[in-house]
Design a protein around this ligand. Structure first.
Ligand SMILES: Nc1ncnc2c1ncn2[C@@H]1O[C@H](COP(=O)(O)OP(=O)(O)O)[C@@H](O)[C@H]1O
Ligand SMILES: [Mg+2]
Length: 374
């Protein structure tokens, strides 16, 4: 059996968890990341320098057989340079679509996937026009580079238009979208292999705190088979259209009139971390299987699972591990306010027990969590 090395653009926790899943399959990894002491550093060589020079990128391209990425806010030119020499999954089309919120929305519209009404914004006058045409409140977002709620402004009244433009105008192009009054946020994660076979994980419910994912529940409670089927259809249509290979995530709002698509990520996702212990084949293993040209695995969630993010400050290891069925993942990152530095997965036989376990874990976490409502 010949050795296969996967090159990962990015050396953060997502790349690290890909390697942790792929190493038992006898896959090797290398990473491209300008910070040498990144979370992935213990799992394979790290290429990249402070200027992300072409020479360092070329050395990275030499180092592996097939490539992927763990973050979509990277220059498309890097991926194109790799793709000119070696296979990259997901391809440039997947990357270009999810890098740009307008492209993403155009794809939803073209595929008939419900999404918020929206408009491109290039000036303060465009903001006024969008407020008139779509109505308030509007969510104003940068078209590129947004994550964890950064680069957004909720415009509630017309008097705030100059303030919204002052806050974000320098980061134009922008977009405006109708504020969706959702009952909850959901995501679906799916994987598509090189032969086009698709498997979907069950919908996950995501709770955010100050714009950052706080915790996820899987499967999302009280989801009808119709809702699961429609989410699976949407993400399957998107992946097929893009010729996507690997894991993809679709974030959605749950509303009284059905699912409303928000955004995609062409990669493994924070809301799928529960799959490491909660599913027969994790999102990370499924991603590397697809990238390596292997068959994809079982995506069921047989028992209720939850994922709690560790943000800013580490809890005491022993406090977490003393809790039943708690699995601790520290990413090896320095503590900093608002930074994702680890997560905990917890599972249980039933939802009531899971709820109690989430509360017990929240009590030992230094960061405040948005707890599930009872
Ligand atoms: N149109 C909208 N209506 C209501 N809330 C929104 C809307 N768009 C975004 N949000 C809220 O802001 C969060 C971050 O927005 P999102 O588009 O997912 O950007 P990011 O790339 O930062 O994750 C969402 O998870 C949701 O809570
Ligand atoms: Mg989002």
């Amino acid at each position: 059996m010949s050795k296969l090395r996967i090159g990962v653009l990015g050396g953060g926790q997502l790349g690290r968890m890909m390697a942790l899943a792929g190493i038992p399959l006898d896959l090797d990894f290398s990473f491209y990341e300008s910070t040498p002491d990144c979370p992935s550093a213990r799992l394979g060589p790290v290429f990249g320098d402070n200027n992300n020079s072409t020479a360092s990128l070329d050395a990275f391209i030499d180092s592996a057989d097939v490539f992927t990425y763990e973050f979509e806010n990277i220059p498309a030119a890097w991926v194109e340079r790799i793709a000119a020499r070696k296979p990259v999954f997901p391809g440039v089309k997947s990357l270009a679509t999810s890098q740009n919120r307008l492209n993403e929305k155009a794809l939803f519209d073209r595929l008939g996937i419900p999404t918020a009404r929206h408009a491109a914004i290039h000036s303060e006058a465009d903001l006024r026009a969008a407020a008139d045409a779509i109505g308030l409140p509007l969510v104003i977002k940068t078209v590129t580079m947004g994550y964890d709620g950064k680069g957004q402004f909720v415009l509630r009244e017309a008097a705030q238009i100059p303030a919204a433009w002052a806050a974000l105008g320098a980061q134009a192009p922008l977009m405006a979208e109708a504020f969706v009054s959702f009952t909850r946020e959901l995501s679906i994660i799916a994987v598509r292999d090189q032969a086009g076979a698709v498997r979907c994980y069950p919908l996950t419910q995501n709770v955010h705190h100050h714009g950052i994912l706080s915790h996820s529940l899987a499967p999302a409670p009280d989801i009808s088979t119709d809702t699961q089927a429609s989410a699976a259809r949407h993400i399957t249509d998107i992946m097929k259209d893009l010729g996507h290979v690997g894991v993809m995530t679709l974030e959605m709002f749950d509303t009284p009139s059905g699912l409303v698509a928000n955004e995609t990520a062409p990669r493994v996702h924070n809301s799928g971390h529960w799959t490491i212990e909660g599913a027969p084949c994790s999102q990370f293993e499924n991603h590397v299987r697809a990238v390596a040209g292997l068959p994809v695995g079982d995506t069921r969630c047989p028992r209720p699972a939850a994922m709690l993010n560790i943000i800013g400050q580490h809890p005491a290891r022993a406090d977490v591990l003393a809790q039943p069925e708690a699995h601790l993942h520290f990413y090896g990152k320095a503590e900093r306010d608002g930074r994702k530095i680890g997560h905990i997965t917890v599972t249980a036989d039933d939802r009531a027990t899971l709820d109690a376990r989430i509360r017990a874990l929240a009590a030992v976490l230094p960061n405040t969590m948005a707890l599930p409502k009872n």
